[in-house]
Design a protein around this ligand. Structure first.
Ligand code: FES
Length: 161
Protein backbone atom coordinates (compact mmCIF):
# COMPACT_ATOMS: atom_id res chain seq x y z
CA UNK A 1 0.00 0.00 0.00
CA UNK A 2 1.43 3.40 -0.93
CA UNK A 3 1.73 6.34 1.47
CA UNK A 4 -1.04 8.07 -0.44
CA UNK A 5 -3.40 5.17 0.24
CA UNK A 6 -2.48 5.16 3.93
CA UNK A 7 -3.09 8.91 4.14
CA UNK A 8 -6.33 8.59 2.23
CA UNK A 9 -7.46 5.72 4.50
CA UNK A 10 -6.74 7.65 7.66
CA UNK A 11 -8.42 10.71 6.18
CA UNK A 12 -11.52 8.63 5.41
CA UNK A 13 -11.49 7.22 8.92
CA UNK A 14 -11.41 10.71 10.43
CA UNK A 15 -14.18 11.80 8.06
CA UNK A 16 -16.44 8.88 9.02
CA UNK A 17 -15.72 9.57 12.70
CA UNK A 18 -16.76 13.19 12.33
CA UNK A 19 -19.94 12.18 10.45
CA UNK A 20 -20.90 9.50 12.98
CA UNK A 21 -20.13 11.58 16.07
CA UNK A 22 -22.83 14.17 15.33
CA UNK A 23 -24.86 14.83 18.45
CA UNK A 24 -28.22 15.24 16.71
CA UNK A 25 -30.20 12.09 16.09
CA UNK A 26 -31.06 13.06 12.52
CA UNK A 27 -28.01 12.90 10.31
CA UNK A 28 -28.56 14.83 7.08
CA UNK A 29 -26.32 15.79 4.20
CA UNK A 30 -26.13 19.34 5.53
CA UNK A 31 -25.44 18.34 9.14
CA UNK A 32 -22.71 15.96 7.91
CA UNK A 33 -21.10 18.64 5.76
CA UNK A 34 -21.10 20.97 8.77
CA UNK A 35 -19.55 18.26 10.96
CA UNK A 36 -16.78 17.66 8.42
CA UNK A 37 -16.12 21.37 7.96
CA UNK A 38 -15.92 21.79 11.77
CA UNK A 39 -13.32 19.02 11.99
CA UNK A 40 -11.22 19.81 8.92
CA UNK A 41 -12.06 23.47 8.21
CA UNK A 42 -12.81 22.39 4.65
CA UNK A 43 -14.65 19.62 2.76
CA UNK A 44 -12.21 17.09 1.28
CA UNK A 45 -13.37 15.21 -1.87
CA UNK A 46 -13.44 12.00 0.17
CA UNK A 47 -16.02 13.56 2.49
CA UNK A 48 -18.47 14.05 -0.37
CA UNK A 49 -18.26 10.30 -1.06
CA UNK A 50 -18.51 9.25 2.59
CA UNK A 51 -21.50 11.54 3.21
CA UNK A 52 -23.23 10.12 0.12
CA UNK A 53 -22.74 6.58 1.51
CA UNK A 54 -23.90 7.50 5.01
CA UNK A 55 -26.99 9.40 3.86
CA UNK A 56 -27.75 6.92 1.06
CA UNK A 57 -27.85 9.61 -1.61
CA UNK A 58 -25.79 10.22 -4.74
CA UNK A 59 -22.53 12.17 -4.87
CA UNK A 60 -24.37 14.73 -7.00
CA UNK A 61 -26.96 15.19 -4.23
CA UNK A 62 -24.21 15.92 -1.70
CA UNK A 63 -22.38 18.16 -4.10
CA UNK A 64 -25.49 20.21 -4.87
CA UNK A 65 -26.01 20.92 -1.14
CA UNK A 66 -22.31 21.63 -0.55
CA UNK A 67 -22.02 24.02 -3.48
CA UNK A 68 -25.21 25.88 -2.54
CA UNK A 69 -23.74 27.25 0.70
CA UNK A 70 -20.92 29.73 0.24
CA UNK A 71 -19.52 29.00 3.72
CA UNK A 72 -18.18 25.61 2.68
CA UNK A 73 -14.69 25.54 1.28
CA UNK A 74 -13.17 22.71 -0.73
CA UNK A 75 -9.45 23.34 -0.36
CA UNK A 76 -7.47 23.30 2.89
CA UNK A 77 -7.20 26.74 4.51
CA UNK A 78 -3.85 28.32 5.35
CA UNK A 79 -2.26 27.70 8.76
CA UNK A 80 -3.45 31.12 9.92
CA UNK A 81 -6.45 33.15 8.81
CA UNK A 82 -6.32 36.91 8.35
CA UNK A 83 -9.73 38.57 8.30
CA UNK A 84 -9.59 42.05 6.83
CA UNK A 85 -12.60 44.27 7.37
CA UNK A 86 -13.87 46.44 4.57
CA UNK A 87 -17.16 47.33 6.29
CA UNK A 88 -18.39 50.95 6.39
CA UNK A 89 -16.54 52.13 9.54
CA UNK A 90 -13.29 50.50 8.49
CA UNK A 91 -13.69 51.76 4.94
CA UNK A 92 -14.18 55.35 6.10
CA UNK A 93 -11.09 55.05 8.27
CA UNK A 94 -8.79 53.94 5.46
CA UNK A 95 -9.11 50.15 5.37
CA UNK A 96 -8.75 49.89 1.59
CA UNK A 97 -5.19 51.21 1.59
CA UNK A 98 -4.25 48.80 4.40
CA UNK A 99 -5.92 45.85 2.69
CA UNK A 100 -3.96 46.62 -0.48
CA UNK A 101 -0.80 46.73 1.66
CA UNK A 102 -1.61 43.32 3.18
CA UNK A 103 -2.31 41.88 -0.28
CA UNK A 104 1.06 43.06 -1.56
CA UNK A 105 3.07 41.92 1.46
CA UNK A 106 1.42 38.49 1.51
CA UNK A 107 1.32 38.17 -2.27
CA UNK A 108 -2.38 37.26 -2.20
CA UNK A 109 -4.91 38.62 -4.67
CA UNK A 110 -8.43 39.09 -3.35
CA UNK A 111 -9.45 36.33 -0.95
CA UNK A 112 -7.41 33.15 -0.81
CA UNK A 113 -4.23 31.48 0.30
CA UNK A 114 -0.61 32.58 0.17
CA UNK A 115 1.63 30.49 -2.08
CA UNK A 116 3.11 28.60 0.92
CA UNK A 117 -0.40 28.05 2.32
CA UNK A 118 0.59 29.69 5.60
CA UNK A 119 -2.11 32.34 5.37
CA UNK A 120 -5.72 32.52 4.24
CA UNK A 121 -6.98 36.07 3.66
CA UNK A 122 -10.72 36.63 3.95
CA UNK A 123 -12.85 39.73 3.57
CA UNK A 124 -15.25 40.66 6.34
CA UNK A 125 -18.10 43.13 6.15
CA UNK A 126 -17.79 43.84 9.90
CA UNK A 127 -15.65 42.24 12.57
CA UNK A 128 -17.84 43.74 15.28
CA UNK A 129 -15.26 46.22 16.55
CA UNK A 130 -16.16 49.31 14.54
CA UNK A 131 -15.00 51.67 17.30
CA UNK A 132 -11.51 50.25 16.74
CA UNK A 133 -11.63 50.63 12.95
CA UNK A 134 -9.82 49.91 10.78
CA UNK A 135 -9.67 46.34 12.07
CA UNK A 136 -8.01 43.09 10.96
CA UNK A 137 -8.03 39.80 12.86
CA UNK A 138 -5.66 36.84 12.95
CA UNK A 139 -7.50 33.65 13.88
CA UNK A 140 -10.20 35.83 15.49
CA UNK A 141 -7.72 37.88 17.55
CA UNK A 142 -8.49 41.52 16.77
CA UNK A 143 -6.00 44.21 15.83
CA UNK A 144 -7.57 47.67 15.75
CA UNK A 145 -6.79 51.31 15.03
CA UNK A 146 -4.56 50.04 12.27
CA UNK A 147 -2.00 52.03 10.36
CA UNK A 148 0.71 50.97 7.91
CA UNK A 149 3.21 50.09 10.67
CA UNK A 150 0.68 47.91 12.45
CA UNK A 151 -0.14 46.09 9.22
CA UNK A 152 3.59 45.44 8.75
CA UNK A 153 3.64 43.92 12.26
CA UNK A 154 0.58 41.80 11.50
CA UNK A 155 2.26 40.43 8.39
CA UNK A 156 5.39 39.65 10.47
CA UNK A 157 3.21 37.64 12.87
CA UNK A 158 1.60 35.79 9.98
CA UNK A 159 4.92 34.89 8.40
CA UNK A 160 6.36 33.50 11.66
CA UNK A 161 6.19 29.69 11.96
S1 FES B 1 -16.96 47.86 9.89
FE1 FES B 1 -15.01 47.03 10.36
S2 FES B 1 -15.26 46.30 12.39
FE2 FES B 1 -17.24 47.02 11.86
Amino acid sequence: MSDNNINSDSLRLKITESISSQKRKTVTVLSSLLAVQDSFHYIPDEAIEEIAKTCKVTINDVWSVASFYTNFRFTPPGDKTLDVCWGPSCHINGAQKLITQAHKLLDIEGEGESEDNKVTLRYSTCLGACAQSPVFAIDHKMFGKLDEDKVNNIVEILKKD
